[in-house]
Design a protein around this ligand. Structure first.
Ligand code: GCU
Length: 322
């Protein structure tokens, strides 16, 4: 009896440590093509995690909308069918209303302001706000500024009158398009090419790398640089998946996620230049617009945010970042 209990006691830590180091596969889905900077970054991050956990944590990536758009993949995460996804800050609005601030046009003064907010204490606080919804955000990626593109130049909001414009559809983005004179069309990212081609929509809006990689540039030759929003992409992980990892594995994943932010930032600027040159070669025109008229058109959206105490508090925090 005595020997038995002793051997059980001695074996216990061994059993525990081998259990905790069991191999885990995390499924990560996104809607980007494999050569997109964020897709390349996610692959790089997955390799780092696998290497540093001695192969115990594998991240299997399903890109190019294979598992649907970000809202679907996030819902799959909430149900436990998926571990991680990439989602644009705008698309988080239905899950946590404060994320609507990213769809507020002309929120950031410049790139430095964006960086200080998104990668600083405010951004880190935002990343935890979705925890009660079953997931948290562990990395934020630069995604440039979004501007309109169509078969004709859009120099002032007047030019958008009567146009159907594809947006990442949320109450805030829809309102933005309406205030600028267009009608918002909720279409999944992967379906925009066909929608533009068939005339289901007249315009869309995105950053330059996405405009080019999706080949939307083939159809919509005028990219009008009104730069209405600057919306980061986020890497989200479900609480369920996070809890499957040992503390050490969580640390490794978190570090790889933060490292991946820097990795992506380094790739981004070069990609913008490259995509722009490619677009010009394909006959695209980059149009300078009257930004003041766009700002003026969306003033009612700012007034609406100011009247909402929760949103106003976040706005103030963001504006106070110097
Ligand atoms: C950008 C952004 C994506 C988003 C896409 C869209 O490419 O990086 O996260 O899904 O725009 O317009 O849907």
């Amino acid at each position: 009896m005595k020997t038995l209990s002793l051997s059980v006691l001695m074996a216990a830590p061994l059993v525990l440590s081998s259990l905790s180091a069991q191999a885990v596969t995390l499924k990560l889905a996104h809607n980007l093509q494999s050569n997109h900077v964020v897709a390349v970054t996610l692959k790089h991050m997955a390799e780092q995690v696998q290497k540093e956990t001695d192969g115990k944590v594998k991240i299997r990536i399903y890109g190019d909308s294979q598992m649907g758009g970000p809202r679907q993949t996030l819902e799959m995460m909430q149900q436990g069918a998926l571990s991680m996804t990439k989602i644009s800050g705008s698309e988080l609005e239905p899950f946590e209303p404060v994320f609507s601030i990213f769809s507020l046009p002309y929120l950031f003064r410049d790139q430095d302001h964006f960086n200080k907010v998104v990668y600083g204490p405010i951004g880190h606080e935002l990343e935890q706000l979705t925890k009660s919804k079953g997931f948290v955000l562990i990395a934020a990626y630069e995604a440039g500024t979004r501007s309109f593109y169509a078969k004709k130049p859009i120099r002032t909001p007047d030019d958008l009158k009567g146009m159907k414009v594809r947006v990442i559809s949320t109450p805030t983005t829809n309102k933005m398009i309406e205030l600028m004179g267009g009608s918002p069309a909720p279409i999944q990212f992967g379906e925009v090419y066909t929608a533009l081609q068939q005339g289901v929509v007249d315009a869309a809006e995105n950053n330059i790398p996405s405009y080019v990689q999706t080949r939307h540039v083939e159809i919509a030759k005028y990219y009008s640089q009104d730069s209405h929003t600057a919306v980061p992409d986020y890497l989200a992980i479900s609480n369920m998946a996070w809890d499957k990892l040992t503390e050490k594995q969580q640390q490794i994943l978190m570090k790889a996620a933060r490292d991946s932010e820097k990795y992506e930032q380094q790739l981004w600027e070069a990609q913008v230049k490259k995509s722009r040159a490619e677009a010009e070669k394909m006959g695209a025109t980059f149009v300078t617009v009257d930004k003041a008229s766009f700002r003026k058109a969306v003033q009612p959206l700012w007034d609406q945010f100011r009247k909402d105490p929760a949103k106003d508090a976040w706005l103030e925090k963001i504006e106070n970042v110097k």
